[in-house]
Design a protein around this ligand. Structure first.
Ligand code: FES
Length: 123
């Protein structure tokens, strides 16, 4: 029998607005990482906050992770853009490479992380 994945609540659903993000510090595969929880077209997605180009957070230069169109995630360092639903780069640079996805859940008005590689949410 498979074990249920532990859930790590992050916030009420209404606190994660469409086209916005929340940063969550997590213990992931035993390491300290930062996760981006985003909402796009009413669905929540989460990714480790590390660009595929260089090990920089997407918001390293600007406090935003969606581009101005609101259709893509964008790294503020050199501008790689990613499809929000898959974390796939659609820029010429690193085309097809993916942000590392983190499993999310959303039910009963709560959104959070439910990934077996997470052991804790850090303060
Ligand atoms: S570090 Fe993200 S685009 Fe270069």
């Amino acid at each position: 029998m498979s074990q249920a994945c532990p859930r790590f609540p992050v916030c009420p659903s209404e606190a994660l607005l469409d086209g916005q993000h929340i940063k969550v510090k997590i213990k992931y595969e035993g390491r300290d990482e930062e996760c981006l929880l985003v909402r796009f077209k009413d669905t929540a997605y989460a990714y480790i906050n590390r660009c595929v180009h260089m090990p920089r957070p997407l918001d390293c230069e600007q406090n935003m992770v969606f581009d101005e169109s609101g259709k893509y995630l964008r790294c503020s360092m050199h501008g790689i853009v990613y499809i929000p639903e898959t974390g796939t780069s659609v820029s010429a640079m690193c085309e097809g490479e993916k942000l590392r996805a983190v499993a999310v859940y959303e039910d009963n008005g709560e959104v959070g992380l439910a990934d077996f590689r997470i052991s804790a949410i850090r303060d």
